[in-house]
Design a protein around this ligand. Structure first.
Ligand code: C5P
Length: 219
């Protein structure tokens, strides 16, 4: 079974996807972490992020795995665990830049399909329900107000030890949403048959419970 969870940055996707995958015993494929890893490795190799082919070459050289460890879903990139180093504001920005390259998306979408088919999975991202798994058994699109999303991101970044300013994070979130929604290939958008959820006021538990009920009906 495939559960597709899409939505903009900070909408609560990751928290909801993690809780859902743990409850169901499914693998959790964090596709944003894959774009982040490609951005991180490209910068580390001195590759020009505007050079689509060079970044795609980096993407093709990477293999990804996901493992739950101490309540965290850890991405392994060529056997190496990546943690906070891919969560900085700089990597967020760079991931959104390199994710607009068609060759990069082609490679990562193909790897996401491969990893997702290995076993029942929850995949979270921007284009899972529209492009990666349009036939997913359950598609969910999660949103929240930009202000709430900015506050959540600030909390995450503070925990990662970054000094951050709420107004700046809000303007970066709005800019990143615009880049992700307006790009030509696989833009961020709700699949027509996706269940829309607004997490501005609802608790994670209530949303996860509702999704588990939906999945039980599908089984
Ligand atoms: O979800 P997260 O914030 O970690 O994603 C980082 C960036 O990766 C997004 O801003 C987006 O540009 C890109 N992304 C994407 N398609 C996905 C997942 C993430 O383009 N399926």
């Amino acid at each position: 079974m495939i559960v597709a969870i899409d939505g903009p940055a900070g909408a609560g996707k990751s928290t909801i996807a993690r809780a859902l995958a743990e409850r169901l015993g499914f693998q959790l494929v964090d596709t944003g972490a894959m774009y982040r890893a490609v951005a991180f490795e490209s910068s580390a190799s001195g590759v020009d992020l505007a050079d689509a082919e060079a970044v795609a070459e980096i993407a093709r050289s990477l293999r990804f795995e996901f493992k739950f460890e101490d309540g965290e879903n850890v991405i392994y990139c060529n056997g190496r665990a990546l943690h906070q180093e891919i969560r900085s504001a700089e990597v967020s920005r760079n991931a959104s830049v390199i994710s607009a390259h068609p060759q990069v998306r082609e490679e990562l979408v193909s790897q996401q399909r491969q990893v997702g088919r290995e076993r029942s999975s929850v995949l979270e991202g921007r284009d899972i329900g529209t492009v990666v798994f349009p036939d997913a058994e359950l598609k969910v699109f999660i949103t929240a107000s930009p202000e709430v999303r900015a506050h959540r991101r600030v909390e995450q970044m503070r925990q990662a030890g970054e000094v951050v300013d709420v107004a700046q994070v809000l303007s970066e979130i709005v800019a990143r949403d615009r880049r992700d929604s307006e790009r030509k290939i696989a833009p961020l958008k709700k699949a027509e048959d996706a269940l829309g959820i607004d997490s501005t006021e609802a608790s994670v538990d209530a949303i996860v419970n509702a999704l588990c009920e939906r999945i039980a009906e599908l089984r």
